[in-house]
Ligand binder design. Structure first.
Ligand code: HEM
Length: 471
């Protein structure tokens, strides 16, 4: 089946969704037999519940996943078993820390004020067409780099400067996709010789190494100079790098946070976690809004009711009250899952609830993008954008189990940044929807990039106009 898959590679997510719809939500994909590329593809919530929840210890990401994503080293994304438990525990402590949460909110509000608003105003005043996806990528990159290292690269500015780290992330993402559809022996050979797309990975790795080393050594200098001048720890302890540099190592058996390799792997992992999904979600969300003006009107009504214009401060309690906006974001995530595929492998032979038998080390791909579109799961109107789907009769938020709304993963390995992401997405959405009219350029082609993250291939070309608001 591999040659057939390569032909439809440019629309792989929709192709898989169509195939799953007529295959009772699961089918096996056969690759050339000697390359071990067989895999099972499923969007069946019962299978997800089984693998990610009730039989969690029977499945892991597996050694092949670690090989493909080797540039992330031993970060939480590729770790399994004991190492994963330790990384998960430390990441949970850090993300739920009050200091980190208020640092995130402050960073975000300041980036909107000094980064996003001047850029949108500039494009509005000059009446220029620009790529909204590029703007969101830069915004998410700056915010994430600040949260991870404490350093703001200011890539979101009117000049739109090139950023080496962001470019290396994009290149690495591209190479990873090819590694999924090539026999491992082939891409490893290409990497070893340094030919084909693997050349990009070699260059990206050199950039990651150089810049991560720079962030780590600057952070050490800041910590030391604060110690010498008796400035309190609070002055430099809010970002992720500082947290890990000061972690009590005695509590962890496998982790060594004093080791620079560990710190580099941590920076790379959190950069991936925080940047890509956020920018992608916002891009598809604003594209959907451009096609559904009635939804924009309803969001504006909700903003006017809950956030009077006299009150400019955004606090988490107020954001949590925005039920319709929350529903619209969930609906966008359902239709355009930012991470279209997840994968796991059984540790030993098993039978899935769908009846499919899987051998040890088989690859199972969980199609999150396809799952959001399955009529058997979401009803006959599954392909329609309906924020109301997420609202109960009493006007509250409707809860869907994570094995059905799978975009943030499910079970013990669910996304640690879900709550933070909703706060971030709502803050941006409110700022833009309240103050600007965004218009997608007529005839602009919308296509997906076949990638680990659901980017738009040609970006999202728009114009923006500042709204005249009567106070
Ligand atoms: C719209 C935004 C986001 C989406 C859709 C999303 C989605 C996901 C998904 C699908 C996974 C599972 C990945 C895998 O196991 O291969 C994941 C894991 C994770 N996410 Fe997010 N994420 C988002 C934002 C964030 C942010 C902002 C952070 C960081 C503050 C974050 C931190 C993490 C971490 C640490 C994990 C690893 C969990 C583990 O393996 O135990 N995410 N996320």
């Amino acid at each position: 089946m591999l040659p057939g898959v390569l032909v439809v590679f440019h629309r792989i997510n929709d192709y898989i969704a169509e195939a799953l719809e007529v295959s009772n939500l699961t089918f096996a994909l056969k690759g050339p037999w000697f390359f071990g590329m067989n895999m099972l593809i499923t969007s069946d919530p019962a299978n997800i519940q089984h693998v990610y929840n009730s039989n969690f210890s029977g499945y892991d990401k597996g050694p092949e996943f670690k090989e493909i994503f080797n540039y992330l080293g031993d970060g939480i994304f590729s770790a399994d078993s004991k190492l994963w438990e330790e990384l998960r525990h430390s990441a949970l402590v850090m993300i739920s820390h009050q200091g980190f949460q208020s640092f995130s909110l402050r960073t975000f509000v300041s980036k909107i004020k000094y980064g996003l608003v001047p850029v949108l105003d500039h494009f509005g005043e000059t009446n220029k067409v620009f790529d909204l996806q590029g703007v969101f990528q830069r915004l998410a990159f700056d915010v994430t780099l600040t949260l991870v290292t404490g350093y703001d690269s200011n890539s979101l500015s009117i000049e739109m400067p090139e950023n080496d780290y962001a470019k290396a992330m994009d290149d690495a993402n591209e190479v990873i996709v090819y590694r999924h559809v090539k026999p491992m022996i082939l891409w490893k050979l290409q990497n070893w010789i340094g030919v084909g797309v693997e050349k990009k990975m070699i260059k990206a790795n050199a950039t990651f190494n150089r810049l991560c080393a720079k962030y780590i050594s600057s952070k050490r200098e800041v910590i030391q100079s604060c110690q010498h001048s008796n400035i309190g720890e609070e002055a430099h302890d809010e970002d992720i790098l500082s947290f890990y540099m000061k972690l009590d190592t005695s509590k962890y058996e496998l982790m060594n946070p004093k080791d620079d390799k560990f710190l580099k792997d941590t920076i790379k992992t959190f950069m991936i976690a925080g940047r890509d999904a956020l920018a992608t979600t916002l891009t598809w969300f604003f594209w959907l809004l451009s096609k559904n003006p009635k939804v924009v009107t309803k969001i504006r009504q909700e903003i006017n009711t809950i956030l009077p214009r006299s009150n400019k401060s955004l606090d988490p309690d107020m954001l949590n009250k925005m039920v319709y906006l929350h529903g619209a974001l969930c609906e966008s995530l359902r239709l355009y899952a930012p991470v279209p595929f997840e994968r796991k492998s059984p540790i030993k032979k098993d039978v899935l609830p769908s009846g499919h038998k899987v051998d040890a080390n088989w690859k199972i791909l969980f199609a999150a993008y396809a799952l959001g579109r399955m009529r058997a799961v979401w009803g006959e109107d599954a392909s329609e954008f309906k924020p109301e789907r997420w609202i109960t009769e009493n006007g509250g938020l409707k809860h869907e189990p994570s094995f059905k709304f799978f975009v943030f993963n499910s079970g013990p390995r669910n996304c640690l940044g879900k709550k933070l992401s909703f706060l971030q997405m709502k803050t941006i959405a409110i700022e833009i929807i309240q103050n600007y009219d965004i218009k997608v350029v007529e005839g602009h082609k919308i296509e997906q990039t076949p990638s680990m993250v659901l980017h738009m291939k040609h970006g999202l070309k728009v114009t923006v106009a500042k709204r005249c608001l009567v106070s």
